[in-house]
Ligand binder design. Structure first.
Ligand code: AMP
Ligand code: MG
Length: 513
């Protein structure tokens, strides 16, 4: 494994290796060093990602790898650094944030020749740690590890997770911000992505009027990740905004397809490559509810609820565009571009929703709107409903086949509404000529059988904290093939049990991690 230092070499940085918390100006990164941990253990790893990275056979047994993945040793050739970025948190400019507990080891080339950055999350403090400790707890690390890989296998762009290491150290957290701080097991996830650049990496230099550095960063991003754009053209920043906008719209449309709620869509948690990044108090809708958020920190303002994600993504893209404003004279052009977000999103969204319904095209968008109306009225499980729809014969659509998707039995008038909607769906399907196999293929690719439901992950975390890793392994097994039916894991494709409806740690999470 050979490390390159492409990002560090391309951009100015702070080489002092002084981990003291401070403002870092005129620099895109800071050299740092992971802190050692007491007794690291590899709890889980992703075989698919290891294969993509071309890791040697038996790497997961190797003491060298364990030392590298826990921060107890730095692999030969690595030059650990933390990135400098800022961001808007809950709509307010928060200034410098940066990698406060994420330490990048450098880039390695994967088996298809793509440069991938390896990053240890929870490996100790950096100049960006502010008042925090640079560490991560096991519960949030399990959530990040599992969901990164689940997202990848769902076919949704995301940062990846190679490994989950229990550090053997305790980390103190006040999980519910109620003054009851307690020690918890610490952990480190090795995250992997072509780049961890966020909107906030651009915003910080714009906010500090570091125009040359901003221009350098834009050039690097275009040359590395958007090679179709001519970095020398005067309108290059506009093209970058357009590409980022398109990827962001597609990403959010994918989240809506599978019922994912990110939970903290601050601009420092928005990837410039359109990847899902920073798994914190995220969740999945069980019953369809556009107003759902698992993030208790957002319970009041409800900025980041499920149904608001497209609007917030639009706002975030506007902040990204604003950060590039110093590099263009074409303010109107930039604004016009940002204004296309709703249209670009709708088109991405409608094609995904059509696929979920098994339709080639969504001729009548009211089919979706009316579906959502009754789904909200009759608490309906998002995932189970669409898998259930796959069982329904358009020549004889029967609502009874959807029984298992409802959280309580529908009343007679509600049944009538469902039946009427199903009849419309069946007509739309038959109008397309119902090519059964093609329809089933579309639906099977758009509607996962498995999603890592909040309560399932909660149960796996409770077990892991007591030293039992098997429940996590079982979830990971299903997450690696989410569109397949896993008959031996039938209970993973069931409605959320009642106890989990309002359950701290499952449907209620804080940012404490
Ligand atoms: P997040 O809410 O995870 O997106 O984090 C926001 C900012 O806080 C980022 O700059 C993180 O690196 C930083 N941060 C979060 N948790 C910690 C921690 N335990 N130690 C140091 N920095 C942290
Ligand atoms: Mg973050």
């Amino acid at each position: 494994m050979e490390f390159a230092h492409r990002y560090v070499n391309a951009l100015p940085g702070d080489t002092s290796k002084d981990n003291r918390r401070r403002e870092i100006t005129g620099a895109a990164w800071s050299l740092v060093h992971p802190e050692t941990v007491r007794d690291p253990k590899l709890l889980s790893w992703s075989p698919e990602l290891a294969a993509d990275l071309g890791l040697p056979d038996g790497w997961e047994q190797s003491t060298d790898w364990l030392a590298w993945l826990s921060g107890n040793a730095v692999p030969p050739g690595a030059m650990p650094y933390a990135m400098n970025y800022g961001g808007h948190q809950f709509g307010n400019w928060a200034g410098q944030l940066g990698d406060g507990r994420a330490i990048n080891l450098g880039e390695i080339q994967d088996s298809s020749g793509v440069w991938q950055t390896l990053q240890l999350k929870g490996a100790g403090p950096t100049p960006y740690s502010r008042t925090a400790d640079g560490r991560a707890v096991l519960r949030s690390s399990i959530r990040e590890f599992l969901c990164s890989e689940a997202m990848h296998h769902l076919g949704i762009p995301t940062t990846r997770a190679l490994s989950l290491v229990d550090t053997g150290d305790q980390v103190v957290r006040d999980m519910f911000y109620d003054g009851r701080a307690a020690p918890e097991p610490g952990a480190i996830v090795c995250r992997v992505a072509p780049s961890f650049l966020r909107f906030g990496n651009f915003q910080i230099h714009a906010a500090r009027k570091e125009k040359d550095l901003l221009a350098q960063l834009v050039r690097w991003t275009i040359e590395e990740y958007y090679p179709d754009i001519d970095a020398d053209a005067p309108d290059a920043p506009l093209h970058l905004v357009q590409s980022v906008l398109e990827r962001t719209a597609a990403l959010v449309a994918d989240w809506m397809r599978v019922g994912f709620v990110h939970g903290v869509l601050n601009t420092d948690n928005m990837s410039v490559l359109g990847l899902t990044i920073d798994y914190g108090p995220y969740g999945w809708v069980d019953h369809f509810d556009p107003d759902f958020t698992p993030n208790t920190t957002d319970a009041h303002s409800r900025r980041y609820v499920f149904g608001n994600q497209p609007r917030v993504a639009h706002w975030n893209v506007a902040q990204f565009a604003q950060a590039l404003l110093p590099l263009t004279d074409d303010v109107e052009g930039l604004q016009a571009l940002v204004d296309t977000f709703p249209r670009v999103f709708s088109s991405a969204y409608e094609s995904r929703m059509a696929a979920k319904l098994g339709l080639e095209t969504l001729e009548d968008a009211s089919l979706i709107k009316d579906l959502f109306d009754w789904m909200q009225d009759i608490e309906t499980d998002w995932t189970l409903f669409f898998r259930g729809l796959m069982e329904i014969d358009p020549d004889d659509p029967r609502a009874t086949l959807l029984d298992h998707a409802f959280y309580s039995p529908p009343r007679l008038d509600q049944l009538e509404t469902i039946q009427a909607w199903l009849t419309r769906w069946a007509e739309a399907t038959l109008e397309e000529g119902d090519f059964h196999d093609a329809r089933m293929e579309r639906m099977a690719a758009a509607n996962p059988w498995f999603i890592p439901r909040n309560y399932l992950v909660f149960e796996a975390i409770e077990a892991a904290e007591k030293g039992t890793i098997e429940p996590l392994d079982a979830l990971f097994e299903a997450a690696r093939r989410p569109y397949e039916v896993h008959e031996d894991l039938e209970h993973f494709a069931a409605r959320r049990p009642d106890w989990a409806r309002v359950q701290p740690g499952a449907s209620m999470l804080s940012c404490s991690s």
